[in-house]
Design a protein around this ligand. Structure first.
Ligand code: GAR
Length: 207
C-alpha cells in the first residue's frame, strides 16, 4: 500500500479526489499526513474533518527554502510517508526535499507540459489562445514543472472561456488523471529511464 504525504496550499480538491478514491477502494493507498504552508487553506480543514492528520508549516517561519523543506521532510518521515503528492502546493521544492524522496514526488499541473509551466497555467492558456490544453501528472525534479511525465490528458478550450471557466473544466479532468497516475504508482508500474539528456517515465505493461 502507498503511504502518501500530500502537500497543499489551498482548496484541496485534488486531495479530496485522492481520499474519495481510497474510500471507494479504487486506489490502494493511505494518506498519512496532509501539510499546508498556509494555515487557513480550506483543504486542511476538509482533511481534518475526514480524520486525516494535518499540519500547517509556514514557509514564512523558516529563514530559507532549505530550512522549510527540511521541516517538511522531518514531519513526513516521522509518520512513515514514502511517496509525496504536490496537490496545488504553490512552493518550489529544493534538492533538500527531492533527495529525501528521490523520484517519489508527484505533481499535478493544469496544462499540457512543457506548455505553460509555472503560475496560473489556465490564465496562460487563455491568454495564448490555444484551442486545446489539459493537465499533466509528473515526477518532480529540480526544475519548475520539468520533471518526467507520468500521464497527461487533454481538455478543450471553448470559445468565450475565461480563466475560471477553463479552470472549472480542467479540475474535473485533473481529479481523474491524478488518481489514475497514483494507481500506476501503487501498482509499481513506473520506471524511470534515462533517455538522452533527460530522464523519462516508462509505464510497465500489466503482468
Ligand atoms: C489545481 O488546478 C492544480 O493543478 C494547481 O493548483 C490547483 C489546486 O487546486 N497546481 C498548480 O498550478 C501547480 N503549479 P486544488 O487545491 O483544488 O487541488
Amino acid at each position: 500500500m502507498l503511504e502518501l504525504g500530500v502537500l497543499i496550499s489551498g482548496r484541496g480538491s485534488n486531495l479530496m479526489a485522492i481520499l474519495d478514491a481510497i474510500d471507494a477502494g479504487t486506489l490502494d493507498a493511505r494518506v498519512r499526513l496532509v501539510i499546508s504552508n498556509k494555515k487557513k487553506a480550506a483543504g486542511l480543514a476538509k482533511a481534518a474533518e475526514r480524520g486525516i492528520p494535518t499540519l500547517a508549516i509556514s514557509h514564512r517561519e523558516h529563514p530559507t527554502r532549505e530550512a522549510f523543506d527540511a521541516a517538511l521532510v522531518a514531519a513526513l518521515r516521522e509518520v512513515g510517508v514514502d511517496w509525496v503528492v504536490l496537490a496545488g502546493f504553490m512552493r518550489i521544492v529544493t534538492p533538500v526535499f527531492l533527495q529525501a524522496f528521490p523520484n517519489r514526488v508527484v505533481n499535478i499541473h493544469p496544462s499540457l507540459l512543457p506548455a505553460f509551466p509555472g503560475v496560473d497555467a489556465q490564465a496562460q492558456a487563455v491568454a495564448y489562445g490555444v484551442k486545446v490544453t489539459g493537465c499533466t501528472v509528473h515526477l518532480v525534479n529540480e526544475g519548475v514543472d520539468t520533471g518526467p511525465i507520468i500521464a497527461q490528458s487533454t481538455v478543450p478550450v471553448e470559445e468565450g472561456d475565461d480563466r475560471d471557466a477553463l479552470a472549472d473544466r480542467l479540475i474535473v479532468e485533473e481529479h481523474r488523471l491524478l488518481v489514475e497516475a497514483l494507481g500506476l504508482v501503487a501498482a509499481g508500474r513506473l520506471e524511470v529511464v534515462e533517455h538522452g539528456a533527460r530522464a523519462r517515465v516508462a509505464i510497465r505493461p500489466l503482468p
